[in-house]
Design a protein around this ligand. Sequence first.
Ligand SMILES: Cc1cc2nc3c(=O)[nH]c(=O)nc-3n(C[C@H](O)[C@H](O)[C@H](O)COP(=O)(O)OP(=O)(O)OC[C@H]3O[C@@H](n4cnc5c(N)ncnc54)[C@H](O)[C@@H]3O)c2cc1C
Length: 507
Amino acid sequence: MLAVTRSSLPRVPWRVCRAAYATAPSLNPVIEQDIHHFSKILPSTSVVSTLSPVASPASDLDQFNNDWMGKYKGQATTVVKPKSTHEVSQIVRHCWERRIGVVPQGGNTGLVGGSIPLKDELVLSLANMNKVRSFDPISGVLVADAGCILQSLTDYIAPHNHIMPLDLGAKGSCQIGGNVSTNAGGLRLLRYGSLHGTVLGLEVVLPDGTILDQLTTLRKDNTGYDLKQLFIGSEGTLGVITGVSILTPPAPQASNNVILALPKFDNVLPLYKLVKQQLSEILSAFEFIDRTAYELAVKHGQGRALSDEDVRGAACFVLVETSGGRREHDEEKLNHLLETLLEAEKPLINTGVLSQSPAQFSSLWALREGVTEAISKEGKAYKYDISVPLSSFQDVVDGTREHLRSKGLLNDSAVKHVIGYGHVGDGNLHLNVVAESYSPEIQAALEPYVYEVVASHRGSVSAEHGIGSMKTHALHYSKDEVSIALMKKIKEIFDPRGIMNPGKVLP
Ligand SMILES: Cc1cc2nc3c(=O)[nH]c(=O)nc-3n(C[C@H](O)[C@H](O)[C@H](O)COP(=O)(O)OP(=O)(O)OC[C@H]3O[C@@H](n4cnc5c(N)ncnc54)[C@H](O)[C@@H]3O)c2cc1C
């Protein structure tokens, strides 16, 4: 059991944690001599720096120093954009020798501050490493540079009738290396499992510049410790991933989706049970959005609103997707499910909206996928990406809302909405608190409150987004002392100088 008491918690907002790191003496800032060195390794267009002799305007670094939510802000003076593994290795080796902190950055869509320097570390952007190295349409094994954007890989393999085993709202910007580094979950995990299963091999530049070549395409390889697993989800703290070998599944021959409107959250669990039973092997997603999340998605132009009749009396919605090998067979199963649901004596759902065309299929998905973006347009979001038992999803959301109300913070000038949505099929709830602005009062009201609730359910404080800099102080809610001590030892083995993504993941 995790022993958690209120007094055992560091009551420090993330900004204070960052300041604490800033005083750490062991790392050096990038200086002009380093720029000279990087300029020997890379063409001038691949070094962006406010330092001489490059002297770019500070605004050129904004996109690298600010995260997607506008929550985390770094002070990097320099960004390098290598094109090859060899260049990454030379840069990292130099940083190792000079003890300069290195922050690997992919698409910078992470939601926990992992890709933003805490201070003035070097940002190593993978954006220029964007080539597919090979694709075998028989085995479905794709080998690509880490900087390839997820959507471009999806497009690359589509003509070969394959799909990526993961899909997420940020697919147009996030990179496969970032996905692996965060062990991203997303919308297909229910069907294809986690990246710990689908990633077959990795190429990684270690903190001293050594290239670890584990870029195997083998599905079976029981030759000792499976080192690549350590880098999946390590958020750039153990090395820079430069190449990824990943197993891609054949594209389903038929996909359907339906949005079900439910009168109360209590119906979600029995619905999930029934849907699993009836759809079995063709079920590929079971996603949940509460009423507020739905309304924000519609308000901010994500997908087409359902009719008034379809949303009347709905407390929440579930999006069910099927993917299978034969359209008639899948449609028959789905129609049978809908009949069962609508004709039941005590119906679990009010209505169901079934997509009838590819455009409607995308529009229904947009209502779910677009929630993250809609929230960012609505205000400043405190995002808690947690794993808790399915049965407690609604209690966690309602409890948080009541907690904020009791603190006098639930009003238009503080917290506007408390929202729940997420990957119900994976037990992953996105609890989002949308505020007018980030404020210490809201932060203090939410933490440690939310983490204590998670710990009381023996849940996880990070289901899929990672720890980054946001949750280092909360790691102990989900990992015991022995586990954290071992993680620190592993970090020490790979990176005894602590240059890789300092201040992230480990407290
Ligand atoms: C609209 C939206 C929807 C999202 N939906 C989901 C979702 O459904 N599921 C989910 O899991 N996440 C989701 N996310 C979060 C985010 O997209 C994922 O975490 C994604 O995997 C990050 O990829 P990235 O390339 O942007 O990485 P970045 O944000 O650039 O980096 C993330 C972390 O990985 C490290 N890193 C990046 N590249 C490398 C590399 N090559 N080598 C070593 N370390 C590296 C960084 O240092 C950082 O710690 C969403 C984000 C947005 C904005």
